[in-house]
Design a protein around this ligand. Structure first.
Ligand SMILES: [Zn+2]
Length: 149
């Protein structure tokens, strides 16, 4: 007998799928093609950033809008088992904030790339590349692209 509720199961599944997602691979391809060299999933860093650019002391997270609560149109909340979801979302937001804070305190610059700029109806790779380029060559500590719509 499966002891997990459907919600719990799909949550677990999404966690498993969380690494090497399509949006993440898009970012990596672009970085590589444009001469940015990186390392993947540095386990020794808070939150295991998806991509790290040592030369720029930059840690990149490619975030799913639903799980990480981007605030764009895909940031929906299921109407059943709401308590379960709200708790999960809360935990994720708190964990993300802690990780980002710790990285910043350790002198890392943190770039959050939301999946909606990479895939889906409103995707626009040019927005990502423009903001990323500006940020990575600047002294700005934090990037979030795109900002919540
Ligand atoms: Zn989004």
């Amino acid at each position: 007998m499966d002891v997990h509720s459907p919600e719990q199961r799909s949550f677990n599944m999404s966690r498993i799928r969380g690494k090497n997602t399509r949006p993440e691979i898009m970012v990596r391809r672009w970085l590589w093609a444009n001469g940015y060299r990186y390392r993947l999933h540095r386990k020794d860093l808070p939150g295991k950033p998806d991509i790290v650019l040592p030369k720029y002391r930059a840690a990149i997270f490619v975030h799913g809008c639903f799980w990480h609560r981007h605030g764009c149109k895909t940031t929906t909340t299921p109407s059943t088992n709401m308590e379960f979801w709200l708790k999960k979302f809360d935990d994720t937001i708190n964990r993300d904030q802690r990780n980002i804070q710790t990285l910043l305190e350790n002198g890392w610059r943190v770039g959050i790339v939301w999946e909606c700029v990479l895939t889906g109806k409103n995707a626009d790779l040019n927005i990502f590349t423009k903001h990323f380029r500006e940020w990575v060559h600047s002294n700005t500590m934090l990037l979030s692209v795109p900002n919540s719509l």
